[in-house]
Design a protein around this ligand. Structure first.
Ligand code: UDX
Ligand code: UDX
Length: 487
């Protein structure tokens, strides 16, 4: 039972870290990660890797050139490999049938066609990319229809559960590894071979084997459940803001129920990232295609609530700044979709920034890890503006939080970077226009301390804060007053 050589097609956020950890833990396996982008491969072979991920640099340094290789020679890597991971991206379709919801499988299909063209001998093809249920069947159809003599294929589904920012730890200490395959002796043999790879560092008890379709659906289900928790807590944050309850206290009380658990109950400006929205839209589309409209509507609501949360937060900023932000200078602290990554895909900061720019604000943006070119690309993309030149003139990107806040009217915190907690807020306050506002979209700052300094503070899931007393929504205050009169 040996796999000597592994090839991974797609050197992105999933393929790169996953294969680096496989190379680290399986020194006898030669792992080659290939990509059609020469630029990306050059970056993987350089001192500055194309993605920021804590711990990744060390793993790559240890393995690169030993048993880990990054290459654009896709053909040789496919020919030599016993096992091939497909880790290309699967974005939401932007046109045609299922536009805006279905997963676009063109890259997965092209990877399958490349394998069919180039492969010799027996290959195990593993879908790592998140795909719609029964996508493995399509891959298999392509491979078997183009099969050359002497070549045989087994398709496995092995979805990745790593989260960006903690990818290396998630891979090394995975809660579970999921492998789905065909219910035939050949399918089971292929599953065993992939199990053997993971067993170099994951206990067999934590490796779950299922049929292919269960495995594909489990990945969509896991992301849908995680996103659903965030939308649930965010929906209640709106109730808190209207009543004076505090969402952190509610989350703590609810999370202490061991059946519910404390994780993923952090109310926020909304979830972002490359997976949640895309995978839930995909699930919704699948349900509609299966004629399950009630199920589709149920999951769609998780996305709708997230849109509502992002809009609600942006509206709160504008409303608090006297209903106009035209020509006001506003600092955006954090642009990545979460801390410890430079990734901005579906980042709520894009939504908030775009709304403020539409209202005529001048933005001063700072993020510790996102490249300025990426921020510019995100805010001038045709999907968010028709006036890219105007946007360029309205944003300034800074290399630290102090220059980004100098002379601005308000700070809008969009990403929960640790360094934002320990900034010298007295110094920041001194340099800002007055009244100075802070909108904490992640609930990470010490609001009492900020109010003591003199800041006007607003956050998610708490009534308007004022030093020393809590604030009641006017409609609730009136209601309470009426009740008191009756009694
Ligand atoms: C992954 C998963 O694969 C996706 O299914 C999941 O839902 C999100 O995460 P990710 O690694 O984040 O995608 O994507 P990305 O960082 O864009 O990397 C994909 C890589 O594949 C890119 O470097 C791209 O150049 C490469 N690619 C794409 C190819 O080499 N060939 C192709 O035909 C298409
Ligand atoms: C997610 C899944 O966690 C991972 O298993 C899957 O493989 C890929 O998709 P990722 O998107 O990288 O990972 O990060 P995650 O930590 O899940 O955060 C997603 C978004 O939710 C971020 O914007 C984060 O800030 C937000 N979030 C998370 C909250 O708003 N509140 C929470 O309590 C947790």
């Amino acid at each position: 039972m040996v796999i000597n050589k592994i090839c991974c097609i797609g050197a992105g956020y999933v393929g790169g870290p996953t294969c680096s950890v496989i190379a680290l833990k399986c020194p006898k396996i030669r792992v080659t990660v290939v990509d059609k982008s020469t630029e990306r491969i050059a970056q993987w072979n350089s001192e500055k890797l194309p993605i920021y991920e804590p711990g990744l640099d060390d793993v790559v340094k240890e393995c690169r050139g030993r048993n880990l290789f990054f290459s654009t020679d896709i053909e040789t890597a496919i020919k030599e490999a016993d096992l091939i991971f497909i880790s290309v991206n699967t974005p939401t379709k932007t046109f045609g049938n299922g536009k805006g919801r279905a997963a676009d499988l063109k890259y997965v299909e092209s990877a399958a066609r490349m394998i069919a063209d180039m492969a010799t001998g027996d290959k195990i093809v593993v879908e790592k990319s998140t795909v719609p249920v029964r996508a493995a069947e399509s891959i298999l159809n392509i491979l078997r229809a183009n099969k050359k003599p002497g070549v045989s294929y087994q398709i496995l589904s092995n979805p990745e559960f790593l989260a960006e920012g903690t990818a290396i730890d998630d891979l090394i200490n995975a809660d579970r590894v999921l492998i789905g395959g065909e219910d035939s002796p050949e399918g089971q043999a292929a599953i065993e071979k992939l199990c053997w790879v993971y067993e170099h560092w994951i206990s067999r008890r934590n490796i779950i084997t299922t049929n292919t379709w269960s495995s594909e659906l489990s990945k969509l289900a896991a992301n849908a459940f995680l996103a659903q928790r965030i939308s649930s807590i965010n929906s209640l944050s709106a109730v808190c803001e209207a009543t004076g309850a505090d969402i952190s206290e509610v989350a703590r009380a609810v999370g202490l129920d061991s059946r519910i658990g404390p994780k993923f109950l952090q109310a926020s400006v909304g979830f972002g990232g490359s997976c949640f929205q895309k995978d839930i839209l995909n699930l919704v589309y699948i349900c509609e295609c299966l004629n399950l409209p009630e199920v589709a509507a149920y999951w769609q609501q998780v996305i709708d609530m997230n849109e509502y949360q992002k809009s609600r937060f942006s509206a709160k900023v504008i409303e608090s700044l006297f209903n106009t932000v035209t020509d006001k200078k506003i600092t955006i602290l954090g642009f990545a979709f979460k801390k410890n990554t430079g990734d901005t895909r579906e980042s709520p900061a894009i939504h908030v920034s775009t709304t403020l720019l539409d209202e005529g604000a001048k933005l001063h943006i700072y993020d510790p890890k996102v490249e300025p070119s990426q921020i510019l690309e995100d805010l001038t993309h045709p999907s968010v503006t028709e006036e890219p030149e105007k946007v360029k003139k309205s944003i300034e990107i800074h290399s630290d939080a102090y220059t980004a806040t100098k002379g601005t009217h308000a700070i809008v915190l969009c990403t929960e970077w640790d360094e934002f907690v320990t900034l010298d807020y007295q110094r920041i306050y001194n340099g800002m226009m007055k009244p100075a506002y802070i909108f904490d979209g992640r609930k990470i700052l010490d609001h009492e301390a900020l109010m003591k300094i003199g800041f006007q503070v607003q956050t998610i899931g708490a009534g308007r804060l004022s030093y020393g007393r809590s604030w009641l929504h006017p409609s609730l205050a009136t209601l309470l007053l009426q009740c008191n009169k009756v009694h």
